[in-house]
Ligand binder design. Sequence first.
Ligand SMILES: NC(=O)c1ccc[n+]([C@@H]2O[C@H](COP(=O)([O-])OP(=O)(O)OC[C@H]3O[C@@H](n4cnc5c(N)ncnc54)[C@H](O)[C@@H]3O)[C@@H](O)[C@H]2O)c1
Ligand SMILES: O=C(O)C[C@H](O)C(=O)O
Length: 313
Amino acid sequence: MINKKVTIIGAGNVGSTLAYTLASKAICSTIILKDIRENIVEAMSLDISQSANAAKSHTIVKAAKTSKDLEGSDIVVITAGVPRKPGMSRNDLLLTNAKIMESVILEVKENSPDAIVIVVSNPLDAMVYSALKSSGFKKEKVIGMAGVLDSARMSHFILDKLGYGAGQIEALVMGGHGDDMVPLPNHSTVAGICIDNILIKKDIDDIVTKTRNGGLQIVKLLETGSAYYAPAHATSLMVESILNNEKKIYPCSVLLEGEYGYENIVGGVPVMLGSNGIEKIIELDLTDEQKVLFEKSINSVKELTEVLENNFF
Ligand SMILES: NC(=O)c1ccc[n+]([C@@H]2O[C@H](COP(=O)([O-])OP(=O)(O)OC[C@H]3O[C@@H](n4cnc5c(N)ncnc54)[C@H](O)[C@@H]3O)[C@@H](O)[C@H]2O)c1
Ligand SMILES: O=C(O)C[C@H](O)C(=O)O
């Protein structure tokens, strides 16, 4: 995309992989990478720019020298924050990452107040809430990435179970990006065929459990941090839909104001992403059982946002 600028704050595993993905596919004209680790961000920017040149992509990649370099960003992706390690839950990152989020989002507000913000840092839904409250930005402009990742994981586990259907699987996960996220088998298909028709209940239950534990599985194996290839790719799809005004539907973490019966709470639901950010929130008919699971997941997010209210706002 010509004349489109994406700034990524936090040039760690997810941020740098996202920059590499966007630059390789020439999704925008400029990428600014910002991090408190100055040498690392300089090295990442050089390496990714050189990779873009190898790919004959027109995307220019630069390290931010000052906050002024954020000016004029169409999208700011926030990947700054600490990842969890084995033995930790995402929620254990709450206060550490909320402090980082507060300083970063105020920097965005001061230097690029018209940008659409995509939040990636964990615990995701609480960080979206924190970004919204600290910035005062409109809810349409602050969007959390998790549902696209969780749905991709569910697709992976469906494929793993079936052994066929690669590239034809669509899965859907809603709710908070926590241990009680809500995978929706009745909205998950292979070539349009609902998985209820081709898998037995025991196998579907297993897919649901593995999807919920998908992040943890990788944390345990990596030992040093968390997943980044799938998170970065998932984020790049959201960036693409916004910059190209594609109006694609993706499950994203957004502030609910009446939708699904919830007020002033953040949760993952299907939304339409276009040049205005969140252009529509889609309200699915959930089964009674799914409504209960969604409520449980939303209540877990609420516990975290109450802690934030008591400590920050
Ligand atoms: N939403 C999701 O689905 C999802 C998926 C993967 C990771 N995450 C989360 O994303 C975050 C980043 O993960 P990662 O694997 O890239 O971690 P990482 O440690 O590799 O990178 C984080 C980067 O943030 C930087 N940073 C810290 N404070 C900063 C600040 N004030 N300004 C600028 N940069 C700052 C660090 O220097 C580091 O380079 C974590 O919180 C992780 O839990 C979320
Ligand atoms: O699991 C994590 O801590 C990182 C991320 O939320 C993920 O799901 O991969």
